[in-house]
Design a protein around this ligand. Structure first.
Ligand code: C2E
Ligand code: CA
Ligand code: CA
Ligand code: CA
Length: 279
């Protein structure tokens, strides 16, 4: 059995090694990416469903690797989560976002809240809240212009720590969004127990909204629920005009998706901010 195992290993070894090597290299390079200035942010507008008015934007990280080009966060965020580097990325994103907000303000652009994706790991670091406070104080950015997005699935673990962290953040004046709503082990009690301002309905529900009656029922119920609880509700990943019409019919507040805009680099986002409304 042992020999057989060894043979099997030999057959698959080359491809395994390539994959493992790439992963190893990626993780090693990722640790250097901040200092190497290879990370950058793009901004995806969030618009009011009825008017197309830009009311907010989400900051999304990109990694431009020297050999591999731009790598999607879907590839490197899980790696960063695994290696613990995610909280350094998180701090960097927070700093960058505050810097951009100040820059845009100086240019006289309309100021809209910017949301930032937060890993549950950040909450477990005992210096994290102090770092957030420090960045806010140093940049003098109005905390109301920062919204932190936390995924529903991350709330299953470390509930007490995260709950306390969120209360502290709320007290600072930042907003909290529940991201990817509907995909985690959803518990409606999250909406009651955590200080959540915004619910972001996951793209997977929006994808089939045109012909899936169950998804229609779920989405319209979630929107009603959010309204009843006085929370903002955002539909993520809206790509077509028909999806938008259906969501308007349910009185969904806000839309984020390619129909209005893909995530944009700084200069393009500035142009869009200036125009105030997206069609
Ligand atoms: P997310 O937080 O759910 O972000 C939304 C993702 O959906 C983004 O992908 C966005 O580009 C994409 N998207 C938005 N509208 C549409 C649409 O109409 N159609 C399609 N097909 N996609 C749409 P992106 O930028 O590739 O980010 C993927 C995920 O990586 C994010 O999902 C988030 O979980 C994570 N991520 C990105 N930036 C950060 C970050 O700075 N920190 C952390 N912790 N995670 C991040
Ligand atoms: Ca998000
Ligand atoms: Ca999301
Ligand atoms: Ca997602």
């Amino acid at each position: 059995a042992r020999d057989k195992g060894r043979n099997t290993y030999q057959i698959y070894a080359p491809s395994l090694n390539v994959a493992a090597y790439k992963l190893y290299t990626m993780e090693k390079d990722l640790r250097k990416s901040i200092a190497a200035k290879e990370l950058f942010l793009v901004f995806q507008p969030r618009v009011e469903a009825n008017t197309g008015k830009i009311v907010s934007a989400e900051a999304l990280v990109r990694w431009e690797h020297s050999d591999w080009g731009v790598i999607s966060p879907k590839e490197f965020i899980p790696l960063a989560e695994e290696s613990g580097f995610i909280s350094e990325i998180g701090d960097w994103v927070m700093e960058q976002v505050c810097m951009y907000i100040v820059r845009w303000e100086h240019k006289g652009l309309p100021s809209v809240p910017i949301s930032i994706n937060i890993s549950a790991q950040s909450f477990l670091r005992n210096d994290w809240l102090a770092i957030i406070k420090k960045i806010l104080n140093k940049s003098k950015v109005d905390p109301a212009l920062i919204e932190l997005e936390i995924t529903e699935s991350s709330l299953i673990h470390y509930q007490e720590t995260i709950s306390e962290g969120l209360q502290t953040l709320k007290a600072l004046g930042v907003r909290i969004a529940l991201d990817d709503f509907g995909t985690g082990y959803s518990s409606l009690s999250y909406l009651k127990d955590y200080p959540i301002d915004t619910i972001k309905i996951d793209k997977s529900f929006i994808d089939n909204i045109v012909d899936d009656v169950s998804d229609q029922t779920i989405i319209s119920a979630v929107i009603q629920l959010a309204k009843g609880l006085k929370k903002r509700v955002v539909a993520e990943g809206v790509e077509t005009a028909i999806q938008l019409e259906i969501l308007k019919g349910y009185h969904c507040h806000e839309i984020q998706g390619y129909l209005f805009s893909k995530p944009l680099p700084d200069h393009e986002f500035q142009t869009v901010l200036q125009s105030k409304v997206l069609q």
